[in-house]
Design a protein. Sequence first.
Lengths: 237, 237
Amino acid sequence: MEAKYKLIYNEIKDRIIHKAYVPNGQIPDELSLCKEFNSSRMTVKKALDLLVHEGMLYRKRGQGSFVMELNTTSDRLNIPERELLGLSKSTHGKTKSKVLEFSLIFANEKIAKNLNIKENDPVYNILRLRLIKDVPYVLERTYMSPSLIPGITEQVLTGSVYDYIEDTLGYRIASAQKTTRACTSNKDDQQYLQLQTYEPVLEIEQIAYLDNGRPFEYSFSRHHYDLFEFTLYSVRY
Amino acid sequence: MEAKYKLIYNEIKDRIIHKAYVPNGQIPDELSLCKEFNSSRMTVKKALDLLVHEGMLYRKRGQGSFVMELNTTSDRLNIPERELLGLSKSTHGKTKSKVLEFSLIFANEKIAKNLNIKENDPVYNILRLRLIKDVPYVLERTYMSPSLIPGITEQVLTGSVYDYIEDTLGYRIASAQKTTRACTSNKDDQQYLQLQTYEPVLEIEQIAYLDNGRPFEYSFSRHHYDLFEFTLYSVRY
DNA sequence: CAGTGGTCTAGACCACAAT
DNA sequence: TTGTGGTCTAGACCACTGT
């Protein structure tokens, strides 16, 4: 059973996306929405709060709530950085993964710390190349603990690891911490992402968490600098 | 008058920061917090929701709420990406700004669109070099509309433009849309940020908004790639 | 079972903007 | 004054976890 505020959230988001509510236009006031969705004001508010935090709406006290006009005119693939399961979802599943390395190694101090396991515990060591329409775009190094995420195979890695974790293992992925930086490219980057030596990569270091608070994945995604950008919307409390 | 949920939010955040609530430890349940802060459960919940969204807490239904353990061990200056007024605030005001260009130009199509003004309307054209302890770290190109933000002078630009906008003009800065990408460096970058030709920059394109929904600033911040990284925490709804 | 968080209600009063 | 969003209450019932 989906929560009512999520239904309202999705419905209003749909209306914004499909221009039933137009950019900079006013949406119905909260009491009207309460009536329409047959819910209390707190519930409507919770739905609207989510949209405000996502940068789809802004509100003016005493005046109303309005649709944000967002401007993304870019020749790069623009990824909303709030999307947790970003990669395959943002591209509508038009991606393929090629497994370059798949082995078990002993966790070093950094991996152990970030996965909340002991140093020298075994971890999967995975290197994958992600492609869209056969164009390589991300070189991704991933570490996971086999004791938490058992049964990873090359076939799982070629498909969606996240689907495997949620659908097969029955866990729920809850959150992620992402650190973004620009780096000069190394030989692997240049080879697999078809970069010149002077061309950089955009690296995202990620720790992903299950809803029980346990970190299950530690990864470094090195993006072709020219094909990608990440957009974030932030509001002040 | 500060809202009660913000007081609770700040108090609990303080306790986490000062280790009164320890990493991975459980914090008091919501009813206890209601009693302590003499408030209703919805109010306590709202405060906790903010902390969950910031990645300081996680909750397990049926069990309790716990302090997130965050890992940031880096040799770069790590900026929490949700900080709106990032630059000077994150570095505790140890920054200086050197104004390299300050002129008026006619808005081109892109600037006009992002500042929600007409093409060829006048805009401030500002180029500043930001320094920490005399080390250059960001080259920042900024466009603003003089009709919305009047009275910008070189002195304002050397200090905090955001303080000027909020304290002197009496506006409230509400939100920002930020797009992050890696770029090869150009001659200006190399000169001012002291980069080799093969070294990249991390560019953040930003549109900043007032609380009335108007965009007031359109900027490109080109960061020295080796000195910076940005960390974001995202949760699934 | 008791204890926890997740959702929801039906109001209330306040702050702010436009008229 | 009216209409809007901002905050807050005092409950209620549900879902999940551990004993």
